[in-house]
Ligand binder design. Structure first.
Ligand SMILES: *Cc1c(COP(=O)(O)O)cnc(C)c1O
Length: 393
């Protein structure tokens, strides 16, 4: 039986050629292809600066550092995300807390954020940084989040790992509202470089800081060095800060550049399949994905994931049964996400079950069904037919 995955990469001949060219070019890393990918990504996302990184987790780490996460500071994120959205704050020695989700969009709830900020303001425990996550590729409601950031003085970092090509307010996401945004190029995401990620920002000084943190904190730029006098010689560099090796190779960047050319085609295919699911699943006991974060924001999802929620009811099987039946039918569904605060690691840090009830209720019913550009209509029809059967108690 051929297994249908919930997500997979699309690699074609042009990708192979692009990678092969770099392999024989003399530059496997730190050559000209890295900056070319950064420039092309920035242009496509209508943002001034893009800094490539070895993966989105590394990008979240250095973005948190550059935006002030540190011991004694608090960072808030969504419980409905991959653990990396919270772990990045802990890497910096900061504390993590969560803001519950909106059950319709499954993104961080603006009203829960507003209420939690008002309380934190009274208690003197405001966050230094808030990390909303564009879950499944549906943009968060960024405009009110920006207003709250300005009012309460925190930085806003988008975890846009799902959001390559998504748009909000008619513009690509990627730092029109946030201080910085982090994208992932893992093979299950929208475009891939194997492992890889990108941090975007409108702030030139922040971009420079990210470049330093990405590569050992080392600089050769005269104005950035402590040494006043003449350098030791042309080999001279200085370590200006404690950085890491979080670079993306030229091999990966070539793949990224090639994938980026196909982003619009990928997006069109994903959107068409999502709309087809909307039609085919409309009469089933399922809650389907929302369209936009609010009636006013002109938002388009990147359609990274198509998540249905099994609605409990008479004659309806429970989520675990539906999941198991789909798996047995050769459909490799998944569940996104186990709420981060319910992980044993986070429970040991003091979080409790029941603390973020909307994320927990959502998790109890959620299943991510197959969505990727090369999913055929026949495969999709098979998924729908099997899902229909699996839902019967
Ligand atoms: C995939 C993902 C990450 C981590 O991305 P990597 O590139 O694998 O490090 C972080 N946050 C979210 C929401 C993700 O989906």
């Amino acid at each position: 039986m051929q297994i249908i995955p919930y997500a997979t990469q699309s690699i074609d001949e042009t990708d192979l050629q692009a990678v092969q060219e770099v392999l024989t070019s003399g530059w496997l890393t730190q050559g000209p292809t890295g900056p070319r990918f950064e420039e092309a990504f920035a242009e496509r996302h209508a943002v001034a600066h893009a800094v490539s990184v070895s993966n989105a987790t590394a990008g979240l780490h250095i973005a948190c550092l550059a935006l002030g996460a540190a011991p004694g500071k608090v960072v808030w994120t969504s419980p409905n995300s991959f653990v990396a959205s919270a772990n990045c704050a802990l890497y910096c020695g900061a504390e993590v807390d969560f803001v519950d989700i909106d059950p319709v969009t499954r993104n961080m709830s603006v009203s829960a954020l507003t209420a939690k900020l008002a309380q934190a303001d009274r208690e003197g425990s405001l966050p230094a940084l808030v990390i909303p996550v564009h879950f499944s590729g549906l943009p968060c409601d960024l405009a009110p989040m920006r207003s709250l950031a300005d009012r309460y003085g925190f930085k806003l970092l988008e975890d846009a790992s799902h959001g390559v090509g998504a748009s909000y307010d008619g513009q690509p996401i990627g730092s029109r509202y946030a201080d910085a945004s982090v994208f992932s190029f893992h093979p299950v995401k929208i475009i891939t470089t194997g492992e890889g990620g990108m941090v975007t920002t409108q702030d030139a000084a922040l971009a420079r800081r990210l470049q330093l943190l990405r590569s050992h904190g080392i600089t050769r730029t005269p104005g950035e060095m402590a040494l006043d006098g003449p350098p030791h010689g042309p080999w001279y560099y200085e370590q200006a800060t404690l950085g890491f090796n979080y670079r993306l190779t030229d091999i990966q960047s070539a793949l990224g550049l090639s994938q980026l050319q196909k982003l619009d085609a990928f997006h069109t295919a994903r959107e068409r399949l999502a709309e087809r699911y909307d039609r085919l699943l409309a009469s089933l006991p399922l809650k389907l994905p929302a369209r936009a974060p609010s009636a006013t924001a002109n938002a388009r999802s990147s359609w990274h994931l198509y998540v249905v929620e099994v609605l409990p009811g008479a004659g309806v099987a429970d989520r675990d049964t539906v999941f198991q039946r789909l798996y047995e039918a050769g459909i490799a569904v998944n569940v996104h996400y186990i709420p981060i605060h319910t992980q044993p690691f986070y429970q040991a840090r003091g979080f409790r079950l029941g603390q973020f009830p909307a994320a927990e209720a959502y998790y109890a019913g959620a299943i991510s069904i197959p969505l990727f550009p090369t999913l055929t209509d026949a495969q999709q029809d098979y998924v729908v037919a099997e899902l229909k059967k699996a839902l019967r108690a």
